[in-house]
Write a protein that binds this ligand. Structure first.
Ligand code: SF4
Ligand code: SF4
Length: 248
């Protein structure tokens, strides 16, 4: 299906002549707007399969390009460039380079799921957006977002001990995102905590920094979770053609 939206044509491919007469007809200005032809040779023919293999992307093949998702989209209402229908179109065609032009906004999906309810084909566009953002990261097209860095630290602690220790999560998150450990809002929060919370609670917080909290009998669960995570990571790598065991 052709794309008719002028906003989706690269500006460098739009040519207008200020002064042009064809067969005696003055077609100067926007009357003489032409779209330069171009050949696309770098298709990624596996792209739809790669994204369909990630959680959320499974139904992408069902899309019939009705546009209901984009029409209902919360983010599109404030930013026209956020266009789930168009990205699904590019993915299905395998136009990776074209999709990469929008790599910095795809992750802005707020997971409101309006598109999911609007879609007549059960494509689950919200899931496709998540899978696409995940795919961009796995392929190395985008750096890890701060929320991914936070999730990773959070998950690492849960897997290790079955519990999280807030101070450790926040300090490692700051380090991972290159932020200073001393921040005004954090200092204000700590001052407020000290003022409002009972002493025994503060002592418990302090002790948990020194003696890391741990869920009793967690080893078995840790082993099972690690096995599952490993299986999922391997499946993702395979689906994206990123090589076998342990390859990154
Ligand atoms: S879930 Fe994402 S893509 Fe869907 S409507 Fe909400 S912001 Fe738009
Ligand atoms: S609403 Fe569903 S079928 Fe329509 S364009 Fe969006 S994803 Fe495709």
């Amino acid at each position: 299906m052709p794309i008719h939206e002028k906003s989706l044509i690269r500006p460098e491919n739009l040519v207008t002549h200020d002064d042009l007469v064809i067969d005696g007809v003055d077609v100067s200005g926007h009357w003489s707007t032409f779209i330069k032809g171009r050949s696309v040779t770098d298709y990624n023919e596996a792209m739809q399969d790669e994204i369909a293999a990630l959680p959320g992307g499974e139904n992408i093949h069902r899309c019939w390009q009705c546009g209901s998702c984009t029409n209902a989209c919360t983010v599109n209402a404030v930013n026209n460039d956020f266009n789930p229908r168009y990205w699904i179109y590019l993915i299905r065609l395998g136009m990776e380079e074209e999709l990469l032009r929008d790599k910095d906004i795809i992750w802005q999906c707020v997971s409101c799921n309006k598109c999911t309810y609007a879609c007549p084909r059960d494509v689950m566009p919200e899931g496709v957006m998540k899978a696409t953002a995940h795919w961009l990261e796995l392929k190395g097209h985008t750096p890890k977002s701060p929320s991914t860095i936070f999730d990773e630290e959070f998950t690492r602690q849960i897997i290790k001990t079955g519990k999280i220790e807030e101070t450790r999560v926040i300090t490692r998150f700051f380090r991972g995102t290159g932020q200073p450990l001393r921040q005004n809002w954090l200092e204000a929060l700590i001052v407020n905590l000290v003022k409002r919370f009972p002493v025994f609670y503060l002592m418990r917080l302090g002790l948990s920094v020194v003696f890391r909290p741990k869920t009793r009998g967690w080893n078995k669960a840790r082993h099972a979770i690690n096995e599952y995570v490993h299986e999922v990571e391997e499946a993702n790598r395979k689906a994206l053609g990123l090589g076998g065991e342990g390859a990154k």
